[in-house]
Design a protein around this ligand. Structure first.
Ligand code: PDD
Length: 286
């Protein structure tokens, strides 16, 4: 049985209890982070911790835990659960005011709820899926306008994954005003003539921690990167495509809306970027 973290305590997962009045439960009033673990160490921890603080600030939730404590809790959970490859999920909500009310509770009397748990994912880095690539479909992006805040409102992304599953695909890319925003739980990229194209940062997409690292590494490897929007037709005509996220690293996309990219196998740039990124992860993990 897993040991999880709840508001200062390490507990068996069946003993961690949260109030039915918690605003995370009633209002999706909370934020989260997912940090991957390779070789028992955390990948891009500082980036995830920094984005967490930003998400909290944007929602006016007082940060209940320091950077040092957050790192210590992550490490302790990885140790207690013997995680070699996997994920640490962290969620902070505005807490339990003891009743339902749209108005934010007084932070003096209602403390945020802090939850962390681990997910073991053996084979996360040496994933067989990365060798064949994934297939995506396109769907409308009907999410709210602050996708740069990593909130726990994940109903539409879940529905998107279900639409993909029903269509026999692995994931969905979302389209707004004719342009791809991002994947349901990842950032989206295409490659044409060796040039990597991905949407620029704004409130329209989550500012991926993996995205930041991958674009930096691509630059260092003299690859060309263009940060601009692209449409689904341009994507279908690309040489290759891929997604990035903490849980998939760099994952090749081999099919969009039933159209194969290139020869239908993971492209050279995508494979190289996955390699470079994983190398960097192992070198800088904490
Ligand atoms: N999802 N875009 C969206 C909508 C996401 O949910 C995520 C991450 C990303 C990639 O961000 P990062 O590189 O920081 O993981 C982009 C996480 C992994 C999840 O929900 O499980």
């Amino acid at each position: 049985m897993r040991t999880v973290y709840l508001n200062g305590d390490y507990l068996p997962e069946t003993e961690a209890r949260i109030s039915i009045f918690d605003r995370g439960f009633l209002m999706a009033d909370g934020v989260y982070e997912v940090t991957s673990v390779l070789g028992g160490k955390l990948i891009d921890f500082d980036g995830h911790a920094a984005r967490l603080q930003r998400s909290l600030r944007e929602l006016d939730i007082a940060s209940p835990v320091s950077h040092a404590d957050l790192l210590a809790i992550h490490r302790e959970l990885v140790r207690l659960n013997g995680i070699d490859e996997g994920l640490v999920y962290l969620q902070i909500t505005r807490g339990d005011p003891g009743d339902r009310d749209f108005v934010f509770p007084d932070p003096e009397t209602t403390a945020p709820t802090v939850v962390l748990f681990t997910q073991a994912k053996p084979g996360l880095a040496d994933s067989p899926v990365a060798r064949t690539g994934i297939r995506v479909i396109s769907i409308d992006d009907i999410r709210w306008g602050r996708r740069d805040i990593k909130t726990v409102q994940l109903l539409y992304p879940s529905m998107g994954k279900m639409m993909a599953k029903k269509a026999g695909a692995d994931d969905a890319w979302m389209i707004e005003d004719g342009m791809v925003t991002e994947g349901t739980s990842n950032n989206a990229y295409i490659v044409k003539d060796n040039r990597i194209v991905t949407r620029a940062l704004s409130a329209d997409i989550l500012h991926g921690i993996t995205r930041a690292a991958v674009l930096r590494l691509a630059g260092e490897a003299q690859m060309e990167v263009e940060e601009r929007s692209f449409g689904i037709d341009e994507a279908r005509a690309a040489d290759e495509a891929f997604i990035t996220s903490a849980s998939s690293f760099v994952m090749p996309v081999v099919e969009i809306d039933g159209v194969s990219l290139g020869d239908g196998t993971p492209g050279r740039v995508s494979r190289r970027l996955r390699e470079i990124y994983l190398e960097e992860c192992r070198r800088t993990a904490v």
